[in-house]
Design a protein around this ligand. Structure first.
Ligand SMILES: [Zn+2]
Length: 180
């Protein structure tokens, strides 16, 4: 088997997996490995805070928290470049599109996980960050427009206040003693 096309590295949320070479669309790149738990053991693991549980079906859950399961480091994204699929009760991760080297590999953990574990407002995936950034910029603009409106209104309200503020005479910039 060829070595993994990705490496473990620092991501925004801690650790993540990053492509080390171009990967073709629909390549199977990893298996989600781990102990297989029955219903009771899975519930117990969930209650104890295990976040690396992958429900294969109603009876089998994979506990991927242990070492040796590199797939536990795939981070969640709402706009993922990978997804998971199940074959013969085993879980695999494959690429959804062509991947460039150094791209972080992600898959969508699903609405439940996002809602209950990550929290809808806490998602740090690139799509959510972009959306939040845009939203923040819009808010800033809105506030700036409002401040300007208020300032204009204040100016109009005041009687004759000289608008032209004299700027101090420009001093020629004094160069600091150059070390040459
Ligand atoms: Zn997200």
């Amino acid at each position: 088997m060829s070595p993994r096309p990705f490496r473990l590295g620092r991501s925004l949320t801690g650790l993540g997996l990053f492509a080390t070479r171009p990967i073709k669309k629909k390549s199977r790149i990893a298996e989600y490995r781990g102990r297989r738990l029955g219903i009771d053991a899975a519930l117990k693991a969930e209650k104890s805070g295990n976040r690396y549980l992958y429900e294969v079906n109603s009876k089998i859950t994979i506990d991927g928290a242990r070492h040796g399961n590199i797939a536990r480091y795939f981070n969640h994204s709402c706009n993922p470049n990978c997804d998971t699929f199940i074959r013969n009760k085993r879980v695999f991760i494959r690429t959804l599109r062509n991947i460039k080297p150094e791209e972080e590999l992600t898959y969508d953990y699903g609405r439940d996980y996002l809602k209950n574990v990550i929290g809808l407002k806490n998602c740090l995936c690139s799509r959510c960050r972009k959306r939040r950034k845009k939203h923040a910029a819009e808010l800033r603009e809105k506030r700036a427009r409002k401040a300007k409106r208020l300032a204009n209104a204040a100016v109009k309200g005041k009687t004759k206040k000289s608008k032209t503020k004299k700027t101090g005479t420009k001093k020629t910039a004094k160069k600091r003693g150059g070390k040459r």
